[in-house]
Design a protein around this ligand. Structure first.
Ligand SMILES: Cc1ncc(COP(=O)(O)O)c(C=O)c1O
Length: 374
């Protein structure tokens, strides 16, 4: 399918080509100096003490859970209006997810009142997800977590470069997890990052990212170490130098590209104002990353027909998300749960194209197609 306007597109150019070429010519491909530089620059950009690059955000979320000691017998409160990786990471540890509803059709992030309702003596952590790069109600989340001695994991897959109260998303809780999947604001194809200020979490993530080994191949190659011990059960969740080089090039572009996303988001909002569709995050908190542009069809609209009409006009749309608790596997695990706001949005949401290189003309074309398809 040749899309007139695709859902997302990369801002890749000579910078990324040169970055990859540099790594290829260095002939050092596994995690090494370029990754260390990517981690250092990412940590600086978000204001975190530690940043650990991994090969995707699912692994970042898994490592975050493990570092907090989450395992069998523990419960983690999480939203269902998110990508399935958010809660799969909890299940990998043997812990149980307690699904919280979102605030409502205007704010698609986890409802702090729901968090309070779901707390039990087994609750260890709250996993929030900054939907679309829009900050959750973190003041309330952190207050509840503090009161009940719960850890907070931020799924910041959508949110690199977003801020709340002058702090980067992913640094407000105990640990933050970012995704660099190819459709994300900062893209390396596959990739992720764990950020934290807590030394105990950093120590765990550093070890468990690479088999629980006390030294890396890179250290041994550079004569810093001859041998290693294995002091914990770990994984191979390492990134490589090629993707870290892409990450460094993309990190430089992030502020400008997020600003472009904001510009096109504002244009969409302005031009769709009177169209009858719902536009969540009208009063967004802080400084969002504008990862995606979600809109809500009027109740009763057939979404499949709407999306088919958009496709006929060569405009790609998507859904964020089919709620996790409605998937067969999760139903098998948890039975039929009721999350009214999540389900309402899950049925009406359509994601329109949004990417930094799209330009105002393409936004206008999408708006015209929306009007025609409704
Ligand atoms: C909200 C959210 N969490 C987690 C992930 C998992 O990221 P990755 O594909 O890097 O494992 C994604 C990816 O799409 C996501 O959107």
């Amino acid at each position: 399918m040749e899309w007139r306007v695709p859902l997302a597109d990369l801002d890749y150019g000579v910078e990324e080509e040169m970055a990859v070429l540099g790594v290829l010519r260095s002939k050092w491909l596994t995690m090494g100096a370029v990754t260390q530089q990517f981690e250092a620059e990412f940590a600086k950009a978000v204001g975190a003490k530690h940043a650990f690059a991994v090969s995707n955000a699912t692994e970042a979320l898994h490592l975050a859970c493990l570092a907090l000691g989450i395992g069998p017998g523990c419960e983690v409160i999480a939203p269902a209006l998110t990508f399935v990786a958010t809660t799969n990471a909890v299940l990998y540890t043997g812990a149980t997810v307690r699904f919280a509803d979102i605030i409502g059709a205007n704010d698609l992030t986890i409802d702090p009142n729901e968090i309070e309702r779901l707390i039990t003596p087994k609750t260890r952590a709250v996993m929030v997800m900054h939907y679309g790069g829009y900050p959750c109600q973190m003041d309330a989340v952190m207050e509840i977590a503090g009161k009940h001695n719960l850890a907070v994991i931020e799924d910041a897959a959508h949110a690199p470069g977003a801020f709340l109260n002058n702090k980067a998303l992913g640094t407000l809780g105990d640990v933050g997890c970012f995704s660099f999947f190819s459709n994300k604001n900062l893209s390396t194809g596959e990739g992720g990052m764990v950020t934290t200020d807590r030394e105990d979490i950093a120590d765990k993530v550093r070890l468990q990212r690479s088999h629980g080994m006390t030294t890396l191949t890179y250290d041994r190659h550079h004569g810093h170490a001859h041998n290693y011990d294995v002091v914990d059960l770990g994984y191979n969740y390492r990134i490589d130098e090629i993707r870290s080089a892409l990450g460094l090039a993309q990190l430089k572009k992030l502020p400008v590209n997020n600003a472009l996303r904001e510009r096109f988001t504002l244009q969409y909002r302005q031009e769709l104002k009177e169209s009858g569709v719902g536009l969540p995050f009208e009063n967004a908190r802080g400084k969002p990353a504008y990862h995606i542009f979600p809109m809500l069809l009027p109740a009763g609209t057939d979404r499949d027909i709407f999306m088919d009409r958009m496709r006929e006009q060569a405009i790609q749309t998507s859904i964020h998300y089919s709620p996790i608790h409605t998937f067969s596997y999760y139903r098998k695990c948890y039975g039929n749960l009721s999350l009214p706001h999540t389900e309402d949005v899950g049925q009406r949401e359509v994601t329109l194209p949004l990417y930094p290189t799209m330009g105002e003309e393409k936004v206008a074309q999408v708006v015209a197609a929306v009007r025609q398809s409704l």
